[in-house]
Design a protein around this ligand. Structure first.
Ligand SMILES: [Zn+2]
Length: 271
C-alpha cells in the first residue's frame, strides 16, 4: 500500500466513496493525530451513514471485516468523525486528526449461548471476548476484531505516520470518554501506539544523532547547560579533541570526553 496525493492505494483498497461530510484542508502542520473508531455495526449501514449529507458524520477510512479499505475523505481534508471531543488542551479533535473506522459491533449482551449486539444480530462465542473497558471497572462482552483488520490498521497507521508526521494515536473513547466507548477493549490500541510511535521514535532519534565527533574550533567552551551563559564545566576543549555525543538540544550537543557538558554543535565535526 502507499499514499498518493492524499489517497490510499494498493491491493487492500476496495474503493473511494466520496463523503460530502467534511470541512476544508487541515491547517499547516496538521493532522498530527490518528483517532481509531468502530462502526458499531456492519459495513453497509456504516458506509451509508458516513456518506449521508443529512447525518453530518464521516471518517477518512473504513476497514471492513476482511481488512479491505474504503476511503471517504482525502487525508488532507478534515473529516467529521470525532464530534464533541477534547484531548489535553485541544478542543474539537476533527481539526487535528485522521479518523479510521473499523467495522465492529461493539459491546454484546449474552442470552443463553448467544451474544447479541445493540441492533439484534447474534454472534458466536468465537467472535466475542470478555474484557474491561479502560473507562469502566467491570468486564463486559465485546465483538472481536479480525486479524485482517488489525493487520490492515497497523499498516495504515504506519503509512499515515510516515506521510503526515503523526505523533499521537488515540481512541474515540479517550477524546470523548463520557459519550463514546470505541474502539473498546477488543482493539489492541495500547500495543498499536507503543509499537508504531514509541519504538519508531527512539530508533529514528538514535539514527540521526552521530555517536562521536571532533572539536573543529580552536577552543570550545563546555558548559553545564545548552546555553551561551551556562557555567563552564572545565577548561575549554581543544581543537581535534574527540568527543562522544550523548544528546542534542537546539543546536547544542551534550558530549563527554574526560568531562561532560554542553558545547555549541556547530564546532563539532562528524568523524
Ligand atoms: Zn467513534
Amino acid at each position: 500500500m502507499e499514499i498518493k496525493e492524499h489517497f490510499i492505494e494498493g491491493e487492500n483498497v476496495k474503493s473511494f466513496v466520496k463523503s460530502p461530510n467534511h470541512s476544508g484542508e487541515f491547517e499547516k502542520g496538521l493532522p498530527d493525530t490518528i483517532v481509531i473508531h468502530y462502526t458499531a455495526g456492519p459495513f453497509k449501514p456504516a458506509l451509508n451513514t458516513l456518506t449521508n449529507p443529512r447525518i453530518r458524520a464521516s471518517a477518512h477510512l473504513i476497514v471492513d471485516r476482511d481488512g479491505s479499505i474504503t476511503q471517504l475523505v482525502p487525508f488532507n481534508i478534515e473529516a467529521w468523525h470525532a464530534g464533541k471531543s477534547s484531548y489535553g488542551n485541544r478542543i474539537g479533535m476533527n481539526k487535528y486528526s485522521i479518523g479510521i473506522e473499523i467495522v465492529n459491533s461493539g459491546p454484546l449482551t449474552k442470552s443463553g449461548n448467544v451474544y447479541r449486539s445493540w441492533f439484534g444480530s447474534a454472534f458466536n462465542p468465537s467472535d466475542v471476548i470478555e474484557a474491561t473497558h479502560r473507562n469502566e471497572t467491570q468486564p463486559r462482552f465485546w465483538h472481536t476484531y479480525t486479524e485482517e483488520q488489525i493487520q490492515t490498521v497497523y499498516e495504515l497507521c504506519q503509512l499515515i505516520i510516515d506521510n503526515y508526521g503523526i505523533k499521537t494515536i488515540l481512541g474515540h473513547e479517550e477524546i470523548a470518554p463520557l459519550r463514546k466507548q470505541d474502539p473498546g477493549p477488543a482493539f489492541p490500541l495500547d500495543r498499536l501506539r507503543n509499537k508504531l510511535l514509541n519504538e519508531e521514535r527512539s530508533t529514528n532519534e538514535a539514527a540521526e544523532l552521530p555517536e562521536v565527533g571532533r572539536v573543529s574550533a580552536d577552543v570550545l567552551n563546555i558548559r553545564f547547560t545548552p546555553t551561551n551563559d551556562g557555567a563552564k564545566v572545565a577548561m575549554p576543549l581543544k581543537k581535534g579533541a574527540k568527543v562522544k555525543i550523548l544528546e542534542e538540544s537546539k543546536g547544542w550537543y551534550k558530549v563527554t570526553t574526560e568531562v561532560e557538558g554542553w558545547v555549541f554543535a556547530k564546532y563539532i565535526e562528524n568523524i
